[in-house]
Ligand binder design. Sequence first.
Ligand SMILES: [Zn+2]
Length: 257
Amino acid sequence: MGFIDSHMHTIFLHYSALEELAKNDYEAVVTLAYLPVPFSSPESLKDHFNHLVYEKTRLRRVGITALVGIGLHPRCIPKRLEIEKFLGVIEEFITVADVIGEIGLHVMNDLEVNVLRSQLKIAREHDKPAIIHTPRGKNKIKAIKLTLKIIKDVGISPELIVIDHVSTNPEILNILSREKVYIGFTIQVGKASVDDVIYAIKTHPQFSERILLNSDAGNEPSDYLSVAKTFEKLCEVIGRNVAYHCAIYNARIFFRI
Ligand SMILES: [Zn+2]
């Protein structure tokens, strides 16, 4: 048994944090593309992707498999530069990438929509799983609806998609109950709690086959051990089988590991 954190930004984590993950039975983490600033050139995006690929070596030193996600996070999209060149960098790195992500919508303008659509086309063409960010607050429902529409337009299989940072808003749970996408719960203050995951599973038992837990540990306050801690609480409250699915098994199926 080994935990899998389906969404992290390990470039922000100190080596001692990686050692702690290993001590707590982590088998794999998915380390995704993201910087808290827009990229100023395609070359800087390349450097970021090379840094992410290097994370495989750093994680291997502590005995953890790193799956690397490449992509343009909506908050990293440059405003005025030719976007085609940035998409070209993603194509260039596609063979070393395990995942396309973190991608998605944040403010939902035309540029973000076009960049998301283009990246989902790349994921579809190369049969790669994609991890999709959703914004906080009341924009979340709108972003999820628009994202699902783009997924259908592009024609990518929903089984290659994680809609991430899901909340327990009843409308969101209702929408997702009609879809075949995977559901990412980020256990972090301001995103979701263990009680939210329990509520979602109790109200929609079928979600236990599709939930992926993650910490989104990176540059903001987060608990990089939150998947392991959530597993323990889920074992106590709803049982080991469901906990195992959410913290390990579903991720193995989704990421094919
Ligand atoms: Zn993230």
